[in-house]
Design a protein around this ligand. Sequence first.
Ligand SMILES: Nc1ncnc2c1ncn2[C@@H]1O[C@H](COP(=O)(O)OP(=O)(O)OP(=O)(O)O)[C@@H](O)[C@H]1O
Ligand SMILES: O=C(O)c1ccc[n+]([C@@H]2O[C@H](COP(=O)([O-])O)[C@@H](O)[C@H]2O)c1
Length: 401
Amino acid sequence: MRIGVYGGTFNPPHLGHITAAKAVFELLKLDRLLLIPAREPPHKVLPAGSPTAGQRLELTRLAADQMGLGGNVQVLDIELRREGKSYTSDTLEQLHAQYPDAEFWLLMGTDMFLTFQAWRDPAKILGLAGIAAFGRTQSDTRELFLVQQDYLHRTYPDARIFTLTLPHVVEISSTELREELGRGGGQQYLPPAVYGYILRQGLYGTAADLKHLTPEQLRPVALSYLKHKRIPHVLGTEQEAVRLAERYGADVKMAREAALLHDCTKKLDTEEQLELCSRYGVELDELERNALKLMHAKTGAAVAKYVFGEPEEVVEAIRWHTTGKAGMSVLEKVLYLADYIEPNRDFPGVEELRQACYRSLDEGLLMGLQMTADEMNQRGNPIHKNTLEALSELKGKNGRG
Ligand SMILES: Nc1ncnc2c1ncn2[C@@H]1O[C@H](COP(=O)(O)OP(=O)(O)OP(=O)(O)O)[C@@H](O)[C@H]1O
Ligand SMILES: O=C(O)c1ccc[n+]([C@@H]2O[C@H](COP(=O)([O-])O)[C@@H](O)[C@H]2O)c1
């Protein structure tokens, strides 16, 4: 197995790191890529006020998630958990013990490659891994790399050194980016979810007021709560909710905010959900306590209310977006249905449901609720009483003509 090892301070990780790592993954035909944030980079001091180790780990996880390599990229906290300076030789020794048969390649940009002989124990490092070096700017010439490669080969004759010309480089450093973030910029150098996490945690001098975010700020913040695979769904729900709100006269701003935040606690496990319930005083019935899918609507509503200061209408729309309930407001119906029919949804009957929704909101709602109830019955799952009450209310209305 060929494993790429990409260490960095990642303070924060940016598109330069991601673009380079993805390209090396392809060019070296790696089976796996390990991103390893350093606890204490041996050659520089973490600036005062830097994010905590846990925050840098989360930033790196979010960045890794955006690489689109699925489970082939992993973020390891082995250096963050190891006391003292994060020497690469120690890390490689640890990895070698864990994967004795793997072929390791150490990924590094120009600055690291050109100073490699000053690292601790270069001979040991080169005995455990090859070097995959790449430029950070267009002006990092091949000549510069050749001189260093030649020097390292003469000094360490058995070294494996690959210098790679990347098809595309993003010319940014974390230092420059931190400065830009502090001035209110920098977003273009970051995957949206990473930028959103920075805003959400108020890192690097960003001082966004979470209770008064613009849509351009709320969108990345909302994405920072999600697993990568859920991002298209939430953006699709935003689009659909805006369309439905415009058509049926709901508040478009509220529809957008409800859609962006509706799944903000979806990736949490039961323990984390219950922790939020006790923090925000969320009450659960028997069925909700046993179904993560039901719990996330309630905890999502609480986060929308207490973290983002959303108005009650938005909070309620999120609260009922999974079960529905009798007597739903237009906004609540809009979110329920936008979640169901957004453009990425693809299941038997979705086209009929879309058409129904655009003929009449209640016709769509009745069809959607019925589809949910049928699915629950097929799977042998109990149907929440709110769904049953919503259904009988709508059937009653239909019955009355
Ligand atoms: N824009 C970039 N393109 C390609 N490689 C990069 C880029 N930025 C950093 N690297 C490489 O990524 C690794 C980790 O770098 P690091 O996390 O220190 O980022 P940095 O931008 O160099 O940070 P700082 O500005 O704080 O020194 C190093 O090997 C570095 O050479
Ligand atoms: O082991 C060393 O002596 C050593 C010296 C300089 C840098 N490194 C590693 O190189 C990686 C890139 O460093 P940085 O600071 O550019 O993010 C990071 O994993 C560091 O721990 C390691």
